[in-house]
Design a binder for this molecule. Sequence first.
Ligand code: SF4
Length: 726
Amino acid sequence: MLFGRLKKNPIKIADKPVVEWKYTTCGYCSTGCSIEVGVDANGEAITSRGVGSADVNRGKLCLKGIFEHELFRSSGRGRVPLIRKRFYEPFKETSWDKALDHSASEIKRIQETYGRDAFAIVSTGQIMTEEFYTLGKLARGVLGTNNYDGNTTLCMASAVSGYKRSFGSDGPPGCYDDFEHTDCLIAFGSNLPEQHPIIFWRLKQALEKRKFPVIVVDPRVTMLAQMADMHLPITPGTDVVLINSLMHVILDEGLEDREYINAHTSGYEEFIKIVEEYNPVMAAKICGIDEDTIRNVARTYAKAGAAMSIWTMGINQSTHGSDGVVNINNLNLVTGNIGKPGGTSLSITGQCNAMGTREWSSCSGLPGYRVLEKEKDREDIAKFWGIDPEFFPKKRGLFQTDIFPAIETGQIKGLWIVATNPMTSMPNTARIRKTLEKLEFLVVQDAYEDMETNEYSHVYFPASIWAEKEGCFTNTERRVNLIRNVIKPYAESKPDLWIFNEMAKRFEQGQKIKFPETTEGVFDELRQLSKGRMLDYSGMSYEKIESHRGIQWPCTEGAETGSPRLYTDGKFQHEDGKAKLIPLIFIDNNERPDDDYPFWLNTGRVVEHFHTRTRTGKVGNLNKFSPTPYMEMNPDAAKELGITHGSYARLTSRRGDAVVMVQLTQRVAPNSVFIPFHFHECVNRISLGLLDPHSRQPAFKQCAVKVEPATDQGTAAVRNKAARAF
Ligand code: SF4
């Protein structure tokens, strides 16, 4: 018997008339895939492909990367600067000079009237490192506002805070190559296949060569949990308890790496007193994982030759996200799993250049992991920029999540938003809307003029996007990679670097400081300022980065390439050179389900979309594959409430409500629901977002809601369609 067609008639994919392939790096997630964009004879970008010789992605791209060239001409792009007196009036088109002059004069008016800190800046994880550094120079060295932060407070602040507390500095110590060497991996609150598909593929590749146990800790049966050897469906927000109990077993059974603890850590005596309290019997009652499983995981991890932990928002977006990170570090310190192949604490970062902003933007301090609190750091940067060190504040100002409440209380009167969309991304949408309406002046700088936050602005700066400009991103594994300029900026949009430089010229102090006009000129300043420091860039150049397809810092002057791991010598950045073991007590301070609001609401991502869909909502295939906000609900819970698959349900929390289409699935427990966070007027109408005390990151992933069938399914469908069309 013959199967298939006798006569072969293969589908022919139309040849694309590419005349040149240009090297760049993906502008979505922090995996840092190398991409080549094909341009045609008219200079238009017509296709994208992965770069085979790049170690990160080895020729592969995920769905978002494959269609990335479509961004350049996607709908909603800002063509020209826009201006208006009041946010509810229609915009008028204006020139760049007028938009910049007016914005500079409003910044001066606000700062002269209310003080320098009354004008705030909220930036992003999306622009180039050189642009971050220049914005930092403008914010700290020219405007002198201390209320300057990035949207990375919504995603990576807990990882930064946890690394600093444990190791004395930010900087993920591991790399993707650790998958090739590890003997056990625990993923905490990280759904790699959807969030970071190419990192997941690297993990799969490693597993195909050499089997090792994969343990997933997540309240939801995610795609990663489905392929794991063990899935621990933890009670939301109780990671600190679980990890304390794992360490309790390890120390109780003498499975720790005593030599490493003695040589490279401090604080053991205090630490052990707390860990002793968290025996598995007690912990099981809080975190919902039975005591035998806790013991089994603890033994598996501690007995592995090398073991590693990865995590994402399941840890970071919690009222004790920073503690969660510290405790993962504690686990790896007591088992001697830092700085060795396959043994690490690797936070999987979110945005393409969240690392670049952490390193160079000066949001949390000064460039190159310097801090405002250290006199020497203030003096070094003041000298380099040619300003008085007294111009700098002596400690950092407000985080992004504290800037909006400060607008509410009248402390901040003006705001500059760069490539971020708080109207969709921040918890409690109604509250954010009220704060934006209250501002005397709001300038929004973004590639898309139709993003929701721009509805409240007085001036709009149309920014160029991704490879319409040139510069670097740093990925999750500290790899600096290059974005070459692929095509001309759209219409009259301008690179962010140009916008910051032009703004600086409009201030007296800005005219005294050197602002290089090219990104390569800025990169040279990064090389100088990083020399001899942990994040040493001095051995890199644009050509070298491109030829290596990305270089990991530190890369010292004269070195052939970068370093895959940090802390290989066991020396940390605290003054005594040791890592700190920090005892952590579980504080149960978040909202929990009760009789009135009986479900946990969990949020997360889908593979097709990135953040608030300002980009992926416009790219044809991505939006086609995932056009609608939806809610995963357990079939048993739905049956009790009379809710059916594909119908609309209304979710209510103490903050607001939203209507979503229901998808019945066993992936969520009967007392939980899950909604992707990408869609406007959806999950953040409901979320609470209590803040972590160390990182100020919101607990997006845990709040209490009630669910009921939407009474009018027709109206719900119309409302959903309207939200989708935005
Ligand atoms: Fe881009 Fe991330 Fe996809 Fe790689 S995995 S192509 S970096 S979105």
